[in-house]
Design a protein around this ligand. Structure first.
Ligand SMILES: NC(=O)c1ccc[n+]([C@@H]2O[C@H](COP(=O)([O-])OP(=O)(O)OC[C@H]3O[C@@H](n4cnc5c(N)ncnc54)[C@H](OP(=O)(O)O)[C@@H]3O)[C@@H](O)[C@H]2O)c1
Length: 268
């Protein structure tokens, strides 16, 4: 449940949510659809985006516009923003959430997997920022939000590509936070722990402190409303990883090695 204060923050705002056809993005759109705001939602699948709208509050469905496309294409990002500008004349909040997760097989180290992860997670976000910054600068309440992960805190086995893209995003937002200040654009980076979505459904390992996508949307919207610089959750998981990351490197590597199943260790 969103508090009145959180709901008020989003009222009358024009918001772009990427990766809105499933998981966290869809949960964000469903939660925002109970508030009087204008939503633009993007991902590749137009059909799945329509399905997101089907699950939204009836009263606000008319305020949701589908702008589908592959966000790894720079031109698509520009076209989407042009549509938003033509229809609404402004953009207040860009929530750049689209992403995917592919795991590295250390016995088949494949650069094309890295290329795909960099394109989908990092470059698509850079294109989204490039397209939206000029229009965000015109808003008096602009917010730029980027989806990273708690995987950005530590080097985790198999997440060499995914984690690297998420660390790049977290680092980019640490810099943007400062460079966007003179332009009155507030920015937040999101670092969730495990969230129950299509992305994590593929995982074949234990996922401690996993939360639902609905709960993650609550944390995220509350954090955006508070202009938090880093929105991380759930605390019991994110703070533990932050603590581990602050330890001396040999200790970090030893603790991380404990998470590798014995069978994988044997194959090395
Ligand atoms: N679930 C977790 O535990 C977790 C934890 C930390 C961070 N995250 C991050 O949260 C974000 C959302 O993940 P999720 O768990 O909600 O996963 P999900 O259910 O698989 O959703 C991913 C979304 O990204 C979209 N997408 C993927 N590639 C795209 C592309 N090239 N162009 C446009 N849209 C694209 C997908 O839509 P289409 O397939 O229709 O394009 C989908 O809407 C990701 O950035 C993920 O890394 C997730």
């Amino acid at each position: 449940m969103l508090s009145n204060k959180t709901q008020k923050h989003f009222e009358n705002k024009v918001i772009w949510v990427t990766g809105a056809s499933s998981g966290i993005g869809r949960a964000l759109v469903i939660a925002l659809s109970s508030i009087d705001c204008q939503l633009y939602i993007s991902s590749r699948s137009e059909e799945k985006l329509q399905h997101t709208i089907d699950q939204c509050q009836e009263s606000n469905k008319k305020n949701i516009v589908v702008l589908a496309g592959d966000l790894t294409d720079k031109k698509i990002n520009q076209t989407i923003i042009k549509h938003i500008e033509n229809i609404s004349g402004k953009l207040d909040i860009a929530i750049l959430n689209a992403g995917s997760c592919e795991y590295v097989d250390i016995n088949n180290f494949d650069s094309s997997l890295f290329e795909r992860q960099v394109k989908t997670n990092f470059l698509s976000m850079v294109y989204g920022i490039e397209a939206s910054l000029p229009i965000l600068k015109k808003s008096t309440e602009a917010q730029l939000i980027g989806m990273s992960s708690t995987a950005a805190y530590l080097g985790l086995p198999r997440a060499e590509a995914y984690g690297a893209t998420k660390a790049a995003i977290r680092n980019m937002f640490a810099a943007l936070r400062v460079s966007l200040q003179p332009h009155q654009i507030s920015s937040s980076v999101i670092c969730p722990g495990f969230v129950e979505t299509e992305l994590t459904a593929k995982n074949d390992f234990d996922m401690p402190a996993m939360i639902t996508a609905v709960k993650s949307a609550e944390y995220i919207l509350k954090g955006i409303a508070k202009h938090k610089q880093e929105i991380h959750f759930p605390n019991r998981f994110s703070l533990t990883l932050k603590l581990i990351a602050s330890l001396p490197n040999p200790l970090v590597s030893w603790l991380v090695s404990l998470t590798i199943p014995k069978s994988s260790k044997a194959r090395r």
